[in-house]
Design a protein around this ligand. Sequence first.
Ligand code: GAL
Length: 723
Amino acid sequence: MKFLKWLFIVLSVIWVNVCAYALENTSIKGMNVLDWQEIAPGVWSAQIGSIESLTFREMAGGEPKVDAMKAMGKVTFPFEQRLARGQVVGQRTSVRLPLGINEQVYGLGMQFKNMNRRGQVYHLRTDHYGGNLGRTHAPSPFYVTSDGYGVLFNTVKWISVYPGVGNRKDSVLPPFRDRTTDPAWQAVPTSDAVEASTHSAGMEIIVFAGPTTLDAVRRYNLYFGGGAMVPRWGLGFWHRVPTAASDKEVTDEVDEFEKRDFPLDVIGLEPGWQSFAYPGSFDWSPKRFPDPKGFSQSMIDRGVRLNLWENPYISPESSIFEAMKPYTGSHTVWLGEVPDYTLAEARELLTSHHQKNHLEIGISGYKFDEVDGIDNWLWPDHATFPSGTSAEDMRQTYGLQMQQMITDMYRKTNTRTYGLVRGSNAGASAYPFAIYSDYYNHEGFVTALCNSSLSGVLWTPEIRSARSDADWVRRMQTVCFSPMAMLNAWASKTKPWSRTKVDDEIREAMKWRMRFLPYLYTAFAQYHFEGTPPFRAMVLEPGYIPANDTKEQALDDVKNPYAQAVRRDVTDQYMMGDVLLVAPMFGRQKERTVVLPPGNWYDFYTGELVGNGEVIQVEVELDKIPLFVKDGGIIPLMKEANNTRAWKKGVELEVRCYGVKGGTAMVYDDDGTSFGYENGEYSWYRLSTQKSDAGALSGHLEQVSGDFPKTFEVVHWNFMTKQ
Ligand code: GAL
């Protein structure tokens, strides 16, 4: 008996090894097993071939935050290494990574149309509109899966990614089906891999462990320097004025904001602030802005910062045109020469000009337009640049180059910036820039907000105009619960009060934005220090349930495990900060469904319990955007204010608490504008609620770390849920 047992064990071990040998050596012919090295806690790199182009590491916004990654706990490599293969054939590098039958794939850049990437091919390129096939403003070749890990193809090259698409003949194939008779026949048969390929002599692949999908995203953000730490004023309300506005007209608009009691922190000047555009001169228009210094100071005195629109292509009218000429590429964009900002000389020319003419007079940042590689407008594939950087690499990284150069410029003066950019890519988490678009679909804007959290970028669903009063209010509400609350009136000439009938609803949305400042600023600090995106897709929430994961479907999955398991993910709601679920309304919609992850959820406005791990139907009036709070959620709010200057020493906070069992939340504090936080000049506070023996809740505030002197006072603990 004993002998038989041993024989069985020995034979089993032999069989397992034979199978492993067979898999490693006979399947996936010609592709080599990748060799992984741990390069940071929970981050592994493998290289195939040689790397000749720019990488995202060079373009990144910061150094890896190793301690923060370490603090996430020890993790092991997230999938079977022998299944990860790569090969270089001629000038084509390809990779094949395993994918489980039910594993879902997210990310691959900031797309507008959907979120689940399984079963579709993506040709990732920076481009203008965010189509759903990979051409988008930020085509980051980084994906995460529902199994809790992430993968970055660390090449800036155009790359095609095939998540669960394409069946190698030597891979594990799904059952053959007769299309004539079998309704389960698949147009895109389920595949067991994510394949990717690019025209290059090699590539680095970086794997980010979880254990959860959110942890994988956090590790990715931390690896590239942690999320952007935006200045406090950047979270106030932004208004971009009509393109040809003069200093006088801008001043009049700012007066109107004050008179009509609408919040305002930043004015964005569009192309016309320059003496020539497009191509731009980067110099002030003497006609529209005869005294830039005086004008900027007059705005600063009122607590309003200026942001300047630019596209980087330089006009012969510019004071630095002649000096820049030797450092420009072969082709023009709108007849402007294209500086090669990979060259230190070009960077120095631009930044010293901007430093002197903009930063020194108080300009707070920029909006870099047209850096997203549209075929008709930008340089062709065969354009050349003095540094030898290829036209393709330039197209893929131009937005990153602008972000890097300008962030560094501000860092040198110990001043934080927050701005806009229309083209970005992977490695951008630490850059304080939000992406925007000319695409203008409200639902698509919210999907982009979800996707941005999976790609390490920030996105603003800016408001420009509307088809109806309801559309105007709903769009304003969404943008007020986004990384940048902005009205872009460059062409529409709209103002927040343009639709007088809904003035009150618009004002209310903008005022809520301001009230949330302490909560939102803390969410950005968590982005920076812990890598957690301040706005998150629902797939990153623990226990997330997809909209259509019904019992019937689950049963179906068991019956037919090879059905391409692409779930309809929730793309019309998202999380803001630790505990708030935002479910925007669209157009004239009067009600909508909201998917609640497991745990009790409470109405933000009333504190009432609304559900637990279920799909609910909500009806709301026009003046409210549906907001829900997790059980035990604590939300610090500022008093109503029209400008973030209201956050000064002693600012009073109301702390709203939800649920019946108490909870904890963090509040972050620093000076709001400098890089002092990089040298430890900040503090973290813990808000907590506890139940007494008699069952009453009480609130407590304690300092947890740091020695930055506290700037706020909690004046009101508001227990929203009836005990
Ligand atoms: C567009 C941009 C708009 C506005 C406009 C000014 O390219 O997307 O937001 O800035 O240029 O000409």
